[in-house]
Write a protein that binds this ligand. Structure first.
Ligand code: GH3
Ligand code: MG
Ligand code: MG
Length: 420
């Protein structure tokens, strides 16, 4: 049985002595005995017992009055009244006080034992529940994840320590008063989920229409200076109608992913896109252009006699020149044009929504700019250009057409633009 403290109040000395030795067996954590209500109240406040067993009719203060006072500070304390038949007026008052039970005198010990055991069992359950609640809270706080719990009306119920920190809030009370909103901190960036409404909780339903692996959000930090990425995990607790939102931070992983992606698709030397990126984008762009009947053109450019540069100034300088040419081209194209290093000293441009005329104009402009530019070490050079567009009479791939045109430009003496 649970370790319990019992307060026993009885004015009749005979009964008091008889019951005291009996109760002593159950009150493992302490038995406190008083002979009237006043004494009982004093002992109650001093020892905070788990159960009160009290006579009703007593001098100085009745059991009823005493329990009324006890209930002012401890409304849930289990009370067992012991009463004689003749006390029926008190008995009605005891019922009103909603005591746990009453026993008629003379008291049957078996009955009393049953009552105590029942109360002790309830007490054990309540203690287990309380400690479970404390453990749950501790776990929630220990979690590295940001946890938010909502009730069925989507009102905030709980925020763990990571959550409190995230909002710069000291306590749960403050969080409730401020009514923190996750969606208000969301950032529209990359492929992250962004809600159609940043007020309220409708985003929770909205994000659940996505595949679980796409449930990623970015939140701005409290100082507004950094953005953190989180995987969103939502659990509905059927029984209690609660919704638990767990945000696991993946900022580090996201940074690694994007730096990895960068390494995969960006040319180390010139920081232009590389061939892998170009191949990927070319396929998408051609399909899109054909499907939508949109224009799409390509320019292939190759530095003329680049071997001479390497031979005369060395490979290092050759590298500097490649960077110089790349930067010059980058600064003369639109943001949605794709510029990539095809390999060696050959570059390629993919121009969406651009016809042959526009592409030729850009190539002519680039040719002039490169030819008139003074590169590091006072080096001047020229480039040859092949221009092509999708569609037309020949059913030939775009790249092949541009390559043929470039070959023709070299053949005709270099530093020129040839349209396929
Ligand atoms: P053409 O006008 O016919 O294009 O002549 P070219 O000399 O430019 O062409 P070729 O294909 O004969 O030689 C290309 C040269 O580019 C040879 C190679 O060493 C050099 N090259 C390729 N990649 C790099 C690089 O990353 N850095 C440097 N410095 N040189 C490179
Ligand atoms: Mg060349
Ligand atoms: Mg070449």
């Amino acid at each position: 049985m649970e370790n319990i403290k019992i307060l026993f109040v009885e004015d009749d000395e005979g009964i008091r002595e008889e019951l005291a030795s009996f109760l002593g067996r159950y009150a493992k954590a302490g038995l406190y005995i008083a002979k009237d209500g006043v004494e009982g109240l004093t002992l109650f406040h001093r020892h905070q017992p788990d159960i009160v067993i009290s006579d009703i009719k007593m001098p100085k203060m009745t059991g009823i009055e005493m329990v009324k006072k006890i209930r002012e500070t401890d409304p849930d304390i289990p009370v067992v009244f012991t009463t004689a038949h003749s006390d029926s007026a008190y008995f009605m008052e005891a019922i009103e006080l909603q005591v746990d039970s009453y026993l008629l005198k003379p008291i049957e010990l078996k009955q009393l034992r049953r009552k105590i055991k029942k109360i002790a069992k309830e007490l054990a359950l309540r203690r287990a529940y309380e400690s479970q609640k404390i453990i749950m809270n501790e776990i929630a706080h220990l979690q590295g994840n940001l946890l938010v719990v909502f009730d069925k009306a989507f009102d905030l119920l709980f925020l763990n320590e990571v959550g409190l920190d995230f909002w710069g809030i000291a306590s749960m009370d403050e969080a409730l008063a401020k009514n923190v909103m996750i969606a208000e901190r969301m950032v529209k960036e990359n492929d992250y989920f962004y809600p159609s409404e940043v007020k309220g909780r409708s985003w929770i339903n909205e994000i659940q229409t996505l595949d679980p692996h796409k449930r990623i959000i970015a939140l701005r930090s409290l100082d507004g200076e950094s953005v953190h990425a989180y995987i969103v995990d939502i659990t509905h607790v059927e029984e209690s109608q609660h919704t638990i939102v767990a945000l696991s931070e993946i900022t580090k992983i996201e940074e690694e992913r994007s730096s990895y992606q960068k390494r995969v698709y960006i040319d180390d030397l010139t920081q232009a896109y590389n061939r892998a990126m170009f191949d990927k984008e070319l396929e998408i762009a051609v399909k899109k252009a054909l499907k939508e009947g949109a224009e799409l053109s390509m320019i292939l450019l190759d530095i003329d006699h680049f071997k001479h540069v390497n031979d005369k100034y060395g490979h290092m300088t050759g590298d500097e020149i490649l960077i110089g040419v790349s930067d010059l081209v980058k600064s003369n194209i639109r943001t949605h044009d794709l510029f990539a290093r095809w390999g060696g000293e050959e570059f390629v441009l993919l121009l969406p929504d651009t016809g042959l005329k526009g592409a030729r104009k850009l190539a002519v402009n680039l040719r002039k700019r490169i030819a008139s530019h003074i590169f590091p070490h006072d080096i001047s050079l020229t480039c040859s250009f092949g221009v092509a567009t999708v569609g037309g009479r020949e059913d030939m791939c775009l790249f092949k057409k541009a390559d043929e045109a470039l070959y023709e430009a070299k053949l005709q003496g270099r530093n020129r633009v040839i349209v396929h």
